[in-house]
Design a protein around this ligand. Sequence first.
Ligand code: SF4
Length: 171
Amino acid sequence: MAELDLTPNCKDCAALCCVLLPFDAGEAFGFDKAGGEPCRHLSGHACAIHAGLAAAGFGGCVRYDCLGAGQRVVQEVFAGKSWRDDASLLAPMDAAFRAMRRLHEDHALLTSAARLPLLAAEEVERQRLLTLLNIRQTPTEAGLVAFETGPLPRAVKAFIAGLKARLRPHR
Ligand code: SF4
């Protein structure tokens, strides 16, 4: 079973994080930006201040990790198209990116859980959930909506919460 690639690849993306995500001026970002508004430092699909982000007051951009969701949305769901060429793609790309980010985050959580001292039944459940996430290897907009509104994200959340509760040190 092929594993999801959770490594961001900005060159195959369309700067989705730099346009879709909102941020507020403060320690992590230099100014306010609304979701769906292209960052003023964006040049095409590249960050014009990439080499000096932290020094320029954008440490939040350095820390953000889409977990490989951005390039999948652009390349696999929208066939390499960009909101730059068709502004009507912004809303569907936003919905797809949010769902894909959740799918990749859930995958990352379940992968990390392998390092914990799992009971046999927990390992079976971890593998079952991972398999369900990996089935969605050729995503569509409708498939991502179905994932996000379906039972799988809740099942992963409940599984991780159960592990935390069991492994929490007793006081
Ligand atoms: S500062 Fe650069 S990395 Fe951060 S949102 Fe703007 S364009 Fe993207």
